[in-house]
Design a protein around this ligand. Structure first.
Ligand SMILES: *Cc1c(COP(=O)(O)O)cnc(C)c1O
Length: 222
């Protein structure tokens, strides 16, 4: 599917669900994609991308930014504390703030740099034991911890369980964001972004629908 087809599906979903035109940001998830596919999307004028691995992003985006000018890149994969410094220098937003130790590290970096990427808290809406994220019942305490550290997260992010209807997870995330006065909602991927828009997504993360299937054998280490 082309970028323009995805953009028109987003516009249709915004109109169908009473969302303002342009209220949903499309993060083109370029992880593990061949560089020529990423370049083609840049050449069409798109300037917001998502990456899962710090090392891969560091190898790719400085060159693309030099060639194409400012490009926003958002970190959407798990972030190791020892890569946080590199991450805050590279990314405009981090969608995967998922534990106190990372909040503490990001707070120290924000203090010393006088700036922080936009932060989204990853919520484990399905309470899946193997999945990262703050449990829904712990979100209030985690937000208080962030505020005590002078961090002001902009929103919430979720990855619903693979084997379930995403709808209740999107609805839960939207309710939690509203309860805590957070404006950002990072939810929805290639298979369910229209449902996410119906539930208030402000940032959708779409990879394979734009770029084609990923070659999983090419998956790099973070
Ligand atoms: C890879 C990834 C995506 C994109 O998934 P697609 O199904 O290819 O659209 C979105 N969000 C996260 C967190 C991802 O890791």
């Amino acid at each position: 599917m082309s970028l323009s087809e995805i953009q028109s599906r987003i516009a249709k979903a915004e109109a169908a669900h009473g969302r303002a035109p342009g209220s949903v940001q499309l993060i083109a998830v370029s992880k593990v994609q061949p560089l020529d596919r990423v370049r083609a999307v840049l050449e069409q004028g798109h300037r917001l991308f998502g990456e899962n691995y710090v090392q891969e992003a560091a190898a790719k985006w400085p060159d693309f930014r030099a060639a194409f000018g400012p490009v926003q890149v958002h970190m959407i994969g798990p972030l190791q504390t020892n890569k946080a410094k590199q991450a805050v220098e590279l990314f405009d937003a981090i969608h995967t703030l998922d534990r106190p130790s990372l909040a503490e590290k990001l707070a120290r970096l924000a203090q010393s740099r006088g700036a922080s990427p936009d932060l989204f808290i990853q919520v484990n809406t399905g309470a899946e034991p193997q999945k990262a994220g703050i449990l829904p019942e712990a979100l209030g305490d985690f937000l208080r911890h962030c505020h005590a550290l002078d961090l002001a997260p902009k929103g919430l992010m979720c990855i619903p369980p693979e084997d379930q209807d995403a709808t209740p997870h999107f609805a839960m995330l939207a309710r939690m964001a509203a309860d805590h006065g957070l404006a950002g909602l990072s939810m929805g991927m290639s298979g369910d972004f229209e449902t996410a828009i119906a539930h208030g997504a402000t940032h959708i993360r779409v990879g394979s629908a734009i770029f084609g299937a990923r070659d999983s054998s090419a998956r790099p280490k973070s």
